[in-house]
Design a protein around this ligand. Structure first.
Ligand SMILES: [Zn+2]
Length: 547
């Protein structure tokens, strides 16, 4: 399981988390609960022009910049409970070695070809302007938006050849660049296009937006793409060739190889050798699943699979799960807008966690998950959903159940057997819950997983109200205790199935029930409570947030 490598040139905001990392973490936690053997791999993308631009702005070495963001990203992920098995850096020597070996194998397979080419060059700065060093107007005629970057248009999401940009401008000097000759190694994507078309057609279980976008690109006709750059920062091109000096691998060539590198580093960390890496990357029984933001679709669904096919020894991804972007709608603003650092419209994870618990954000970002289209983060809605749903529905049910269990059942699970129709109905409903949620999670429908979970919590509150244990405790204590037994059983199942989305609350429920968190799996039976089990102390599950 991988999540797209964040660029080590800026902090993480809610859009990043909703796009790749939270869905991946939910899926991984679910698979682990089911007892599956999972490696959850990510790391920072230390190369590329955005890092260089940042380093230049701060007047420091790129390594200083990437190490700082690497540390901050790790802190942010840990604070949100997003727990990778390994979080590496593409600037590591191990990664340089593995990606150079990868490049050599694609070269030997005859799928990389050296060609002389024209490139934009900044005369004043005396350097070539690859990728985001240049900006201009999008060359795709049906788009034509200004501000397109030298590698990708942010308006239409398509890749851009900097030579085709209208009105190009050097990002470094603001000058109009000139054209100069250089040589690069081009990946012969057209030779792999019929393979890619068949492979993509075979994956009709993918989200249609991802598959259709990738198939569209392949059918439109792929072009040879340069996989090297005239830059000093990156993985040096590993060839004995005068033309290779001063060149590095294109960041989108080396970045996805990071998934392999980091898996390898993780295996080494555990004292396991090369065979173990093979188990994850070369064994057809392993499923490789990539979680990404939509802007990375072309790289993960077209170019990376083509690279893997060309290299020849690795398995191809089984799933590429891409999410759309989040917009943001600030209170008082007339309309929603894109999350943007420069316009100051982002909600940064660092800031968020300094004032809030992680679960409410995991909850809200799942509730508004941009699974098939852009959705909108609204700070007021975040607060109301926390207060009305987490606190007033889920938290309230757990709280009233625990209060009754301690006050009227002596802090143990009542021994009375459940017998009334209403009690049995309640148990039957939660008994089906793990399986119903599995059906959603396995199709990567996390938003509807959460809807089913919350519907069950509402149902549980209705059951509590209808059973009126505050009345029965005076009239017939054993009826009251039967109700509380069914409620405790419901709390236990909810605690288990909320663990992928709300891991911190789930752990609190485990403690309240006097159980080990690790004793939960994903079967109803593993959440089942026996009469006489001693409960832990009641805790607050969620906190109300003041508007
Ligand atoms: Zn465009």
């Amino acid at each position: 399981m991988t999540a797209g490598l964040p660029y080590a040139n800026g902090n993480l905001h809610v859009g990043h988390i909703a796009g790749a990392y939270l869905p991946a973490d939910i899926y991984v936690r679910y698979l682990r609960a089911c007892g599956r053997d999972v490696a959850f791999i990510c790391g920072s993308d230390d190369h590329g022009v955005p890092v260089l631009l940042r380093a230049r702005k701060e007047d420091v070495e790129p390594q200083i910049v990437v190490d700082r963001f690497y540390a901050q990203h790790r802190t942010d992920f840990a604070g949100l409970g997003i727990e990778f098995d390994f979080y590496g850096q593409t600037s590591s020597p191990e990664h340089h070695e593995i990606s150079q070996e990868f490049f050599r194998k694609v070269l030997e397979a005859g799928l990389l070809v050296k060609k002389s080419t024209e490139q934009l060059y900044d005369d004043g700065m005396e350097m070539f302007l690859p990728d985001r060093y240049v900006q201009g107007t999008c060359p795709h005629s049906d788009c034509g938006q200004p501000g397109a970057l030298g590698d990708q248009c942010e308006s239409c999401g398509r890749t851009v050849d900097p030579m085709e940009l209208a009105d190009p401008v050097s990002v470094l000097s603001g000058n109009r660049p000139v054209v100069r000759e250089t040589s690069h190694w081009f990946f012969k994507l057209p030779e792999l296009s019929s393979f890619l078309e068949t492979w993509l057609e075979g994956h009709d279980e993918w989200r249609s937006a991802v598959r259709n976008f990738a198939l569209g690109l392949v059918r439109e006709g792929l072009v040879e793409r340069s996989m090297t750059r005239d830059l000093e920062w990156g993985v040096p091109v590993p060839i004995e060739d005068a033309g290779a000096s001063g060149k590095v691998l294109y960041v989108w060539f080396d970045a996805p190889i990071g998934y392999v590198t980091f898996t390898s580093q993780w295996c080494q960390e555990q004292g396991k050798g090369g065979d173990e890496v093979g188990k994850w990357w070369k064994d057809s029984d392993t499923r490789i699943v990539h979680f990404i933001g939509e802007d990375n679709t072309i790289f993960h669904a077209v170019i990376w699979p083509a690279m893997l096919k060309a290299e020849g020894s690795y398995c191809l991804p089984d799933q590429v799960v891409a999410n759309s972007f989040l917009n943001i709608h600030w209170p008082g603003e007339s309309e929603e807008q894109k999350i943007s650092k420069s316009r100051g419209t982002a909600v940064w994870i660092k800031d968020f966690l300094s004032e809030n618990d992680p679960d409410p954000l995991r909850y809200y970002l799942t509730a508004i998950a941009p699974e098939n289209q852009r959705t909108t983060y609204k700070p007021e809605e975040f607060i109301s959903r926390n207060n009305d749903e987490l606190v007033a529905t889920l938290g309230n049910f757990v709280h009233r159940t625990m209060t009754f269990a301690h006050k009227y059942c002596g802090g143990v699970v009542p021994e009375e057997e459940i017998s009334s129709e209403a009690d049995l109905d309640q148990i039957a409903s939660v008994e089906r819950l793990p399986e119903r949620l599995s059906e959603e999670i396995e199709q990567f429908r996390f938003k509807s997983t959460l809807q089913l979970l919350m519907a069950e919590a509402r149902r549980a509150n209705q059951y509590f109200d209808a059973s009126a244990p505050w009345k029965t405790r005076k009239e017939d204590l054993s009826t009251c205790r039967r109700t509380i037994r069914a409620c405790l059983q419901t709390v236990s199942v909810l605690g288990m199935v909320m663990s992928p989305i709300l891991p911190f609350a789930s752990a609190r429920i485990a403690r309240m029930l006097g159980r080990e968190e690790s004793s939960w799996g994903w079967e109803y039976s593993s959440a089942s409570l026996k009469g006489g089990e001693i409960l832990g102390e009641a805790e607050l599950l969620f906190r109300k947030i003041d508007v």
